[in-house]
Design a protein around this ligand. Sequence first.
Ligand code: HEM
Length: 473
Amino acid sequence: MSTKRMGNNAQNPFYDTPEKPPHIHEKTAGVPLRFQQQDFSQILRGTLPERALFTKGTGAYGTFTVTNDITKYTSANIFSSVGKICRIFARFSDFKSEKGSADTNRDSRGFALKFYTEDGIWDLVGSNSPVFFIKEPAKFPEFVKTQQRSPVTNLKSATNMWNFCCAHPETLHQLLMYFSGRGTPKGFRHMHGYGSHTYSMINAENERVWVKYHIKTQQGIKNLVPTQAAQLKSTHPDFAQEDFINALQNEDFPKWTLYIQVMTEEQAKEFRWNPFDVTKVWFYDEFPLIEVGEIELNEIPGDYQLNIEEAAFSPANFVEGLGLSPDPVLQARIATYAEAQQYRLGRHANLLEVNRCPFSAEKVKSEKNSQKARHFSKFENEDSYPESAYSENEDDHFTQPGLFYTKALQDYDRVELVRNIIEAMNEISGPQRAEIINRQICHFFRANIELGMKIAMGLQINIDANMMNHAGS
Ligand code: HEM
């Protein structure tokens, strides 16, 4: 077989790349090689490693416009005057998704916002739920494993998930939201977003308040009923992405209103739950929503890989006038995102286009450093928030889920919630089935007797006197 090398590229009819490796021959098995190597490289190496969580998603650029003066709470320049506009980027995602999974599956949705402020990047990395499954970060790895495929069988396991939940009753509040209609939103445009954690704001006088962020959809909440979700799963597995992109292409730009709830340091000491517990909400009648501004998403990024896949959000990105809180889950998140992003995107993740702040790097750097110093020095000298201060109601995992069932849901929602839970718990299998079901039913009873009773009946479980003694306690 001839191994004659072609001369330089000018003579080469098949290659025009100067990087042509010397060992590539003009002909292989008599077939001329008609390709450019870089075309292949794009396919072979063009896909980034996936996010470990919230893998499947979509996003867009847009604007945030201040509509209400909150300068008494924060000195952050982004909120300095009504009418001020800041460019933003948003990414929506499904929590336990895989690239090919259907985005009408029951799941938590990620709601991540990046604000390109004149003081640097502020990321609000939230979800479509005001609460989270756990309140101790040490439980996070075990929790995530219950959402992923088994390392043994490579199958998803309802048993693993319920096994975790029944052993950790603090999951109950999020579980009820997850199995309500909110677990299957009708696309990303029709759901609210939440910062979920307690954050802080610091004003020009260096006074601090605790805040929770709420991002309310102006399109109205719409959820899919299970039959619709199942139908769309087979016909439109990318339903949420399609719905979002179609709306932007039709210039039907989705909007949300950003609100905060504010709790003073004094109120925090009086609050009957730990104000930094991410499994709890603050009730609106005690801590009313305060309007802040309007979010509009109106620009589909030109390149999905460069913008949506390369986006690196982190709760560690915040600016002068905004801050964190002693919530241990939030504190754990501060460190973990950078590690994930260095692995996924490389050491220069923050310099990638979508993650870079367009404002002067020097200004951002010096102000961010001084802001961080102020923020953390406040906590270092802090002895007014010892963990023990909140231990009294630390084990109350039931009052708020009970109120969610009775007050937040309508009759129809309650029926759907019970049906969804029964269906999901019927998938528990194996020798621990009875124990897992009994323990979990006990949690439902403790939140609300009617809820526990309906689920028990649906699972054909006989309720014994012992269980009833716990209920409502
Ligand atoms: C200890 C608790 C948590 C840990 C260790 C953790 C860690 C992570 C990591 C490593 C990523 C992937 C980051 C990347 O590759 O860019 C991620 C993504 C994400 N997390 Fe968390 N997380 C925690 C809790 C939460 C909570 C409570 C929320 C919601 C309130 C949340 C919302 C998100 C969202 C929305 C994303 C996807 C961001 C995007 O669109 O790129 N996480 N998380």
